[in-house]
Design a protein around this ligand. Sequence first.
Ligand code: FES
Ligand code: FES
Length: 208
Amino acid sequence: MADILTEDPKAVSRRNFIKGVIAGGAAVSSAGYLFRASSVHAQGSGSAERLITLNVNGQQRRVDAMKQETLAWTLRYKLGLTGTKLGCDRAECGACTVLIDDVPHYSCSVLTHTVRGKKVQTIEGLAAADGTLHPVQQGVIDEQGFQCAFCMSGFVMATVGYLKTNPNPTREQLAHGISGNLCRCQDYDKILTAMMKGAENLRKVQHA
Ligand code: FES
Ligand code: FES
């Protein structure tokens, strides 16, 4: 992402930017978010740490996690998986959504120690080994969904999780299924169109 962000903006097409973002999450931050991250880290310092093994994106990852540490914090700041975003950090916005045993969860509100023995999947774990994007990620490209894309990882993960239970939803059903995710840019109609396209892409792949 860094090279994309430092290039001449005029030389970077929106399509390429979105493609880079959805493969690994947007490099977007805000002063409020950074302040909150610092204070959480400060609270944790001095606490006893424990070395645990997590199954993240199919890999066994050893990590020191404090007892009060959230999964979002571990993913972003211990494992470098910054595609998972922290928006509200209090179970309201869905930006931090990841799959735990195939079910969407707000990772800001899950303690890391509770996911031992479970399967965690983040936006970085969606694409195939050869780089082929997940059909829902491809739906974002197809429909040019999202504005700033801060909320995108969460919406994509929530949609991937929802489609495991209802692979052929109506627009209304999908809207309800991912209603736990908020978009600060209020781009809901376009997001839903992109997610519906992702659902269609997924059905094509599954029935190919
Ligand atoms: S950051 Fe987790 S729900 Fe908002
Ligand atoms: S596109 Fe900006 S927060 Fe959703």
